[in-house]
Unconditional design. Structure first.
Length: 115
């Protein structure tokens, strides 16, 4: 009985760890996408809602309509990322338009502050 309970607890903890890892991975994907999109468009003046829509469009474009494993769009995670990016100072956003890595680092740091 104790062995079964230990196995069940182990399996549950693995599921929680995987879910946390997946959320972090989604956030990093959304951050990278947002920085790439802003670098291409050379603009930092969009609203949070615009950023979320751009991320949604990016995810949907990345999946084939006939594909079996279509990526799901996580609205909550995208909103958190857009909020983090929006809270960056304007001068940081402007400097990072040409440097995607710096953009990702700054946005990720802001995102982690919010959590």
């Amino acid at each position: 009985m104790k062995k079964r309970l230990a196995i069940m607890l182990f399996m549950a903890s693995c599921g929680v760890a995987q879910a946390a890892d997946q959320a972090g991975s989604e956030a990093e994907t959304y951050i990278a996408g947002l920085c790439a999109l802003n670098g291409e468009q050379q603009t930092t003046s969009a609203s949070k809602e615009d950023y979320v829509q751009q991320l949604k469009n990016m995810i949907m474009r990345g999946s084939a309509p006939y594909g079996m494993d279509k990526p799901e769009f996580n609205q909550d995670e995208a909103e958190k990322v857009a909020d983090a990016y929006s809270k960056l100072p304007e001068d940081v956003k402007q400097r990072n338009l040409k440097d995607a890595e710096a953009c990702k680092k700054a946005t990720l740091a802001q995102y982690q502050k919010a959590e």
